[in-house]
Design a binder for this molecule. Structure first.
Ligand SMILES: [Mg+2]
Length: 175
């Protein structure tokens, strides 16, 4: 099975880095009505100038610092041993390729392809032959499911050991 997996807050703990970066952003810039709390549309508000500017200023630093969640590297390694194809599918822009490759490699993550610039994940997953996609953002999963692709929500406290088992079950049941 071709499995698509999101990076931020699915494979990695990005939230903590984003919280710290947003505090810094709030301290240094006039953000209109925003406070020092990360806005809820931080990952989807592409049309908001403050959110766009935040990512322009901080995304490279965040992308280079994020740490893999516990058992994520092991889970992907085992999925590969089981014959699955792993495509990392992220909205990170193309200019983040090098920093993303470096960060994932330094933490020994096993995968087949890195797909960037996936702001509309349904279309991107379809184009890359993804059969099951795992993501922490329900809006992405709704878009992906509308293309007839299977989805799995990665919840905040999920553990990659359990998610690995869920993926195996989905794969068995789809044969
Ligand atoms: Mg995410």
């Amino acid at each position: 099975m071709v499995i698509g997996i999101d990076i931020d807050d699915t494979l990695t703990d990005s939230k903590i880095e984003i919280i710290n970066a947003w505090k810094d952003y709030y301290r240094l810039y006039d953000l209109g009505t925003y406070t020092d709390k990360v806005p809820s549309n931080i990952n989807t508000g592409w049309n908001d100038k403050y959110i766009r500017q935040f990512w322009d200023l901080y995304r490279t630093e965040i992308a280079s610092r994020v740490k893999l969640k516990e058992n994520a590297a092991e889970a992907l390694y085992k999925l590969k041993l089981n014959g699955h194809v792993i495509k990392i599918v992220t909205a990170r822009p193309e200019d983040q390729r090098l920093v993303t490759l470096r960060c994932l490699k330094s933490q020994l993550l096993t995968y087949d392809e890195l797909v960037l610039q996936a702001r509309y994940k349904g279309k991107t997953c379809l184009e890359h032959g993804v059969e099951l996609h795992i993501d922490d953002t329900q809006m992405n999963l709704d878009d992906i499911a509308s293309y007839g692709i299977k989805t799995l929500l990665f919840k905040e406290n999920d553990n990659w050991n359990d998610v690995y088992k869920k993926i195996l079950n989905i794969s068995r049941n789809s044969k």
